[in-house]
Each structure stands twice: as C-alpha cells, then as structure tokens.
Design a protein. Sequence first.
Length: 300
Amino acid sequence: MEVDFAEAIDRFILYLATERGLSENYQLSTRRSLEKFSDWATKRKGFVSPSNVELAVLTEFLASEKERGLAPGSMKVVVVALKIFFRFLKMRLMNDRDPAELLPLPRLTRFLPKTLNQVEVCQLLEANMLGRPFPYRDRAMLELFYASGLRISELAGARLENLNLQERIIRVIGKGSKTRLVPVGRIACESIDRYLTQERGHLVGKKTGNEVFLSRQGKKLTTQRIWQILKEIAAATGFETNVYPHLLRHSFATHLLANGADLRIIQELLGHADISTTQLYTHVEQSRLKSIHKQFHPRG
C-alpha cells in the first residue's frame, strides 16, 4: 500500500501521539527531521513516496547534512527519526522493507555533567533570602531541586494535589508524560510548608491554578523565571561557578552515588528511560576520586 511522504509522515506522527504517548515537542522535532528529508528526497531524487528510498539515499542525505554543518547531536536526532519512521512503515505494511535498518547511529562525545560539591550546595541553599520579594518561595524551590533532582519543567509543573508533605513524597510528570513518585527530604518539606502557609496565599489570584510555585501575578512560574531566580541567588551569594537548575539535578544524583545509592534507584528517581544516561554519574564520581587521589596521595 504505497503512500506519499506527507501522508506517511502524518500517520507516523499520529502513531507517536496516540499509541506511544510521546510529547508534543518530540512530535514536532521528529516531524521537522522527516519533512527535511522528504523535501530533499523530492527535490534531489524526484521521490514522492518513502517506498522508493534505499539505504544509499539515506546515507547521501546525511552526508549532505554533515557538509552543511549539522552538529553531531542534531545529526543523531535526524537518524533516530529516520530509523523509527521506516520501522513504522514496514510494521504497518506501507513499505515492504526497512532501508534504515542498517543505518548506524552517529557516535557522540559524551561530556561529563558538571556538579557542585556538598559544601557548595549548602552555601547555595543557606543563602540569605531576606532581601528577595518572595524568600520562602525561592528557598522552597532550591530545596526541592536538590532534595528530589527534578527537571526545571517538572518543578514548574509541580501541583498541590501531587505533593504530600506528611509522606514526604511528590508525584512528578516527566518526559513523555511518564509519572514517577520521588521522595522529598525533611528540610525541603519544611521549606515548602513554610512557603505554602506564609507566602503562597498572598500570591493567589482569580485565575490561579493548582501549581505549587506562583509568580507575583498569581500564575504558574515559567521555567525562564525559575532559571533567572536561581541565577540571582547564586550571584548574590558570590558564586563564580555558572549555577543553573540542571546543575542541582546533576549534584543530587552524584551525591547520592557518592554516598552509596544504587544506580538503578538513582535512575528511577531521575526518571531516566535508559540506565546508560544514569551511568554518566559513575564517570563523574570516578573522575572526582581520581582528582582526590592525585591531590592527596604522595605518589599521586
């Protein structure tokens, strides 16, 4: 059953949305990659259907993208989109073969995530907030970032009904709308409770939703504003290090590992789909140990 590029892409994106439950951002990114390829194949090869595509055509397209200066990370996104697209077409009998099956994924240089040490984290969390407009809110956000390792989007989207301070747990909706339960430390719970009882009520307006962290206008805090708040606090505390929300997530994971937490548990807490992503933190810890050995061992 031969279909043209436009129809094949539309069916595939619908599949990602309805059957796979993948995010709108992922759908948009995948659509862009596939439409870029279909435009190239139509103009350069005269193809109107993905059934005409062979491995050599895919290789030629990727070579042209590389010559155009596409970064390795972006190249990997395109290759993954092509592989799952053609696998879908074969599975749904719209193609009799999968030309992308033998297409290799680009090898990426993996950079170790930067982290704060435990002294630096304490310095940040104990920053003087009294000069800030909403000190309880800002401290509660920092404490929750480090206590639970949330992504910035997860913290911005945290809702009251998903927060249980008595049980010290928060229900998080992460990437791909996947839900996980994450413990919240005692100090973070105390900070959040102080914000909820003493400050949040003053921020509530007519159109306020159930988000935990609110702006001056009573609306959900944007990720951009959360990023800005963290930058302001770090600057006021005298940090020379570039401090950003994901740095606290990295620090959360690295400090758990350093104190003996199992890698699988850390994977669950972070909401990583693949354990290989979490394994980056083992390299961070090994790097730290080597640095300590070199500094303090007489023959280091």
